[in-house]
Design a protein around this ligand. Structure first.
Ligand code: ADE
Ligand code: ZN
Length: 339
């Protein structure tokens, strides 16, 4: 175990790491929500930042999604998306994060009338500035909303055509139960044909069968969350044998009641089972902490050793979609730091 809270936070801060599960709309802080609403002359159903924070008490994923989609309604211009991204990158740069593969939900924005280009251009410009000024590299994953139908996802992929060379991949998020991966087999096949990486949320609230479907029907390169895979020993064996990365989000799991206590979180068990688990923040403005806070709270609650933390840091790069030489360079930096 790493001794002392300050020692632990300092060790974690200095450890080079990547974030592989971050919804940029989930980094919208209440203060920014008011700022964007003011800029865009929009009314909010809240009177104060405190009132917004008080509304962040969720008993499941859907409770959260309802307020998350409402919050995203204040994002209107490319500048809003640029500023949202830069505010996030400033925070994770301070947490020792070197690389981010971030999600965005274009349908949340096009369905309320924004042209497709607004979110993506604003984000790409924020990402370029973050790389230039903070030294944090990043790439973008377009998520399809699974509560909508596959035709809507196909239309979104079509709208994204002009930006395909600037997209890393596609993902699948939103309400999981009742919306299995099989519903999106065609659009994932189309994305694969276009050379995009494939990821999907599976096993957050949904059963192990959804994780099997993500692997077998969507042919994903990474599983987001994957907690409930642990209920199925054959699935665990498959994930371990394939070296499949799981992007695990402990504070999210706590806030959305996927786990009842951080001390009961399965992350340590995943590592002990030989799974390539990574540690991420999901929607940090809603779940009580950015990347560093997730690492520190989880390390404490599960009494993670320095070796565990180094393994998690290495997993965050080996599980990334960076080119092999950049992964090697990050791993060498971790080794040098750990020594
Ligand atoms: N969209 C944003 N955060 C999500 C999560 N944790 N699960 C599913 N969809 C999401
Ligand atoms: Zn997520």
């Amino acid at each position: 175990m790493v001794e002392g809270m300050t020692d632990l936070s300092d060790f974690i801060r200095g450890l080079p790491k990547a974030e592989l599960h971050l919804h940029i709309e989930g980094s919208l802080e209440p203060e920014q929500m008011f700022e964007f609403a003011r800029r865009n002359r929009l009314a909010l159903p809240f009177k104060s930042v405190e009132e917004v924070r008080a509304a962040y008490a969720f008993s499941n994923l859907q409770d959260f999604l309802d307020i998350y989609y409402q919050g995203a309604g204040v994002l209107m211009t490319e500048a809003d998306f640029h500023d949202l991204a830069m505010a996030y990158f400033r925070r994770v740069a301070a947490d020792g994060c070197r690389h981010v593969e971030l999600f965005f939900d274009p349908q949340t924005h096009t369905d309320r009338g924004l042209p497709f280009r607004v979110a993506i251009e604003g984000l790409l410009s924020g990402m370029a500035e973050a790389e230039r000024t903070l030294g944090v590299s990043s790439s973008l994953i377009l998520c399809f909303l699974r509560h909508l139908d596959e035709d809507a996802a196909l239309a979104t992929l079509k709208a994204a055509e002009p930006w395909l060379d600037r997209l890393l991949g596609v993902g699948l998020d939103s309400s999981e139960v009742g919306h299995p991966p099989s519903k999106f087999a065609k659009v994932f096949a189309a994305a694969r044909q276009r050379g995009l990486k494939l990821v999907a949320h599976a096993g957050e609230e949904g059963p192990p069968a959804y994780v099997w479907e993500a692997l077998d029907l969507l042919k994903v390169d990474r599983i987001d969350h994957g907690n409930r895979a642990l209920e199925d020993p054959a699935l665990v064996q498959r994930l371990a044998a394939e070296g499949m990365t799981l992007t695990v989000c402990p504070l999210s799991n706590l806030k959305l009641c996927v786990v009842d206590d951080l001390a009961n979180h399965p992350l340590k068990r995943m590592l002990d089972l030989g799974l390539r688990a990574t540690l991420n923040s999901d929607d940090p403005a809603y779940f009580g902490g950015y990347l560093g806070a997730n690492w520190t709270a989880t390390a404490q609650a599960l009494a993670l050793s320095r070796d565990d933390l180094v393994t998690l840091a290495k997993n965050s790069f080996t599980g990334s979609f960076l080119p092999a030489d950049r992964i090697e360079a990050h791993l060498a930096e971790i080794d040098a730091y750990a020594r």
